[in-house]
Design a protein around this ligand. Sequence first.
Ligand SMILES: Nc1ncnc2c1ncn2[C@@H]1O[C@H](COP(=O)(O)OP(=O)(O)OP(=O)(O)O)[C@@H](O)[C@H]1O
Ligand SMILES: [Mg+2]
Length: 268
Amino acid sequence: MNDNLTISVRDLKKYFGEVKAVNGISFDVKKGEVFGLLGPNGAGKTTTIKLLLGLLEPLEGNISIFGLNPEREEVQMKEKVGYVSEEPFIFKSLTPKDLFNFVASIRKLDAEETTERVQRYLESLGAVEYYGQLISTLSHGNKQKMQIIASILHEPELLILDEPIAGLDAKSVRVVKEILDMHIEKGGSVLFSTHIMEIAEDLCDRIAIINRGKLVGLGTIDELRQQADKLGASLEEVFLRLTEQDSSVEEIVKKLRASYKKKIKETG
Ligand SMILES: Nc1ncnc2c1ncn2[C@@H]1O[C@H](COP(=O)(O)OP(=O)(O)OP(=O)(O)O)[C@@H](O)[C@H]1O
Ligand SMILES: [Mg+2]
């Protein structure tokens, strides 16, 4: 594998019964870049990410992360990767403090230095007061902040984030962007998913647009913008077209209203 590549994916497939969640996807993520998987709900983003992490077994295709196979070389791979999942947290019965101590012990990190770093991140994300509270009692956004902190404590070379800023307030989004920038400055790479073009445009060096398990667009923001210009459309319009989201929302809303009115009439 090319030393300059962090992730290499070829012809990846994963079906769930009849549903072709990932249906022949190929892309590379280079060292030092922020790569976005962009697509609407159900496009196959989370499935792709779970395949990359070895959490799901592919039907077909090849995945290489730092030249490692995520299924066969899971432990070595995970030393180099930090992961933020779409669903907030599995460790609900712990406090963030317990969680960070646990991460520090399994990752063999220096306890004092870790506590110092944790406090810095908590302060910058406005979450110091939740350090000793049960994770199960935290709001969605605050759970997400804890997950982000836990994922970066071991200073992984690659961050894989599934919709990382979906639940965060504006100030925290700004801080997370800064954390990602610092990670890139240190030579790291990032792969993250989003269904919002604007977020991808703002954060990513390159984007893979996926729809119904297939790659429908790939390139730098500038490349995609140039392609859009040629079509006389904005990047957002091209994204909506590529992902079949451009059918009139008005039409859908009208239908919904009509069926609702009908139901009200029927039930009196
Ligand atoms: N465990 C599963 N069993 C059956 N179908 C699944 C499973 N996981 C995902 N799918 C299906 O695979 C398709 C892709 O789902 P996936 O979660 O990868 O989409 P996504 O792009 O992450 O969407 P979202 O933006 O809503 O998070 C969907 O049709 C989904 O219903
Ligand atoms: Mg998802």
